[in-house]
Write a protein that binds this ligand. Structure first.
Ligand code: TRP
Length: 472
């Protein structure tokens, strides 16, 4: 962007925004190159942030700023209260550059907030400093965590269950979040872990062959194993392979299927009459690993071992359904720990998506690709000129590079210093991006190194039904 931005009035900025909106629409209508559309959208988002900062109002097409720029409906309600955030297993989007309103989501989903008291309690029970994802609110919501900790304190074990839908060969850094955290939980609590790879789900939802989905499952398993899981404590399975091999697992699927009606899944997942019946019954398959007797090689015939599921909040519909059926089929309800989304490079309005290469940093990216993507695409909360930035400071709350650093830098003081320096203008956008690049490059290189060590034999070991190092 050009010159005299600082001198712009709200009306001028409003007009510029309107013109930019028209430009984006024109590019889309003309089916312009994706990169050009992305660039135009990025500028549009940036102008919206500037507008909000200047006027205290959200930009609305057709509603020029009022003379008195502090509008009566200013404040949180103006933050897209009427257009609610979309969060379901297939879509995540919001109009707010800071990302989804997670507090509202807790209320909407009826879960509980991971508050300071719970984090302190986990620290006490675990005897360790809580993981940075807990300290910084990435795992922000839960169901029944206190119950799990009560039981654990009485020497009753529990197990972990998480999963991944293998929709392509390559995973991105956002996919690592639940696995990094699950690994920490496994180390701290020393408990079994099962990881479901839903190759069946991806076959049902995407235009992929069964063979490809199954192959992606094995490839993704390598990235998951590279997170450092202990083979003696972890069972990874593909639905396509394990379902057929385990009568106990299938029996649980059928029990769940008998206790959920079409009406209920329609209400929870929005299925319609024209969805294939595979989709309609799939939720039972994602629910089944929540019950310990789905894994007799690990738990024998025990059906009473509670399960804790770390997952991104968009998976909650599956587990609301699971918790609803559990008592009706004589099983304990799974507990949950929900994470926020990992923002797309273009901004926290949506999550990182493997199907959009420019929105993602892949685990296979080279140092150069990482650098270019961040420099080119990472949405910046900085000002347009160095002078302005020094004078007014940047906005870390909408800055994607800063958000990523909060996920990956371990040192709380360092993160806080970067935040302050960026907000004061002492730290420039280029410098902030450089810190991120220098954090991600070695992190991803190390991941690639560890993944190389994962042989087909290792994958087979993890994916073979077998007893783990626990007695039940
Ligand atoms: N449906 C999830 C996805 O598409 C995969 C999944 C299966 C999962 N079981 C899970 C995720 C349990 C979290 C926890 O990615």
């Amino acid at each position: 962007m050009t010159d005299c931005e600082g001198a712009m009035s709200p009306v001028e900025l409003y007009e510029k925004l309107t013109a930019q909106g028209d430009q984006v629409r024109a590019l889309k209508t003309a089916k312009a190159q994706k990169a050009d559309i992305d660039a135009a959208v990025q500028l549009l988002l940036k102008l919206k942030v500037d507008y909000k900062q200047m006027t205290g109002q959200d930009y609305k097409a057709g509603c020029p700023p009022s003379e008195n720029t502090v509008a009566p409906d200013n404040g949180p309600a103006a933050d897209g209260a009427d257009d609610e955030d979309t969060v379901d297993p297939w879509n995540v989007s919001t109009t707010n550059a800071k990302g989804v309103d997670y507090d509202k989501l807790i209320v909407r989903f009826g879960s509980s907030k991971v508050d300071k008291e719970l984090v302190d309690r986990i620290e006490k029970v675990a005897g360790q400093q809580p993981h940075r994802f807990l300290r910084r609110g990435m795992f922000f919501s839960h169901r029944d965590m206190h119950q799990v900790l009560d039981a654990y304190e009485k020497n009753k074990s529990f197990y972990l269950y998480t999963g991944r839908g293998p929709s392509s060969e390559s995973m991105h850094v956002g996919h690592l979040i639940p696995f990094i955290f699950t690994k920490w939980l496994q180390d701290v609590f020393d408990i079994p872990l099962v990881i479901q790879l839903t190759d069946d789900e991806k076959y049902l939802w995407k235009d992929l062959t069964l063979e490809d989905c199954n192959r992606f499952a094995v490839e993704n398993a390598k990235d998951i194993i590279a997170c450092g899981f202990d083979v003696n404590k972890t069972f990874i399975f593909s639905d396509l392979d394990y379902m057929g091999a385990s009568p106990e697992f299938y029996r649980n699927v059928v029990k769940i299927q008998k206790h959920v009606t079409f009406n209920q899944v329609k209400g929870i997942f929005g299925f319609t009459d024209s969805d294939c019946i595979g989709k309609i019954s799939f939720p039972a398959i994602q629910a089944a690993p929540s019950f310990s007797n789905s894994f007799p090689h690990i738990f024998g015939s025990r059906k009473d071992i509670q399960c804790l599921i770390p997952c991104a909040i968009d998976q909650d519909p599956y587990f609301r359904m699971t918790r609803d059926v559990a008592p009706r089929i004589g099983y304990p309800k799974p507990a949950l720990l929900h994470s926020t989304f990992f923002p797309a490079l273009q901004g926290a309005q949506t999550k990182m998506s493997a199907s959009d290469a420019n929105s993602s940093i892949f685990l296979t990216d080279t140092p150069k690709q990482i650098k270019n993507k961040i420099n080119k695409h990472a949405f910046s909360g900085g000002k347009d000129t160095v002078e302005e930035h020094r004078k007014y400071g940047g906005n870390p709350d909408v800055d994607v590079s800063f958000m990523y650093l909060t996920f990956f830098l371990e040192d709380d003081e360092q993160v806080e210093k970067i935040r302050q320096d960026y907000a004061s203008g002492a730290l420039l956008t280029g410098e902030l991006k450089k810190i991120l690049i220098e954090t991600l490059q070695p992190m991803i290189a190390q991941h690639q190194e560890r993944r190389k060590q994962v042989t087909d034999e290792t994958v087979k070991q993890f994916m073979t039904p077998r007893p783990l190092n626990f007695k039940f």
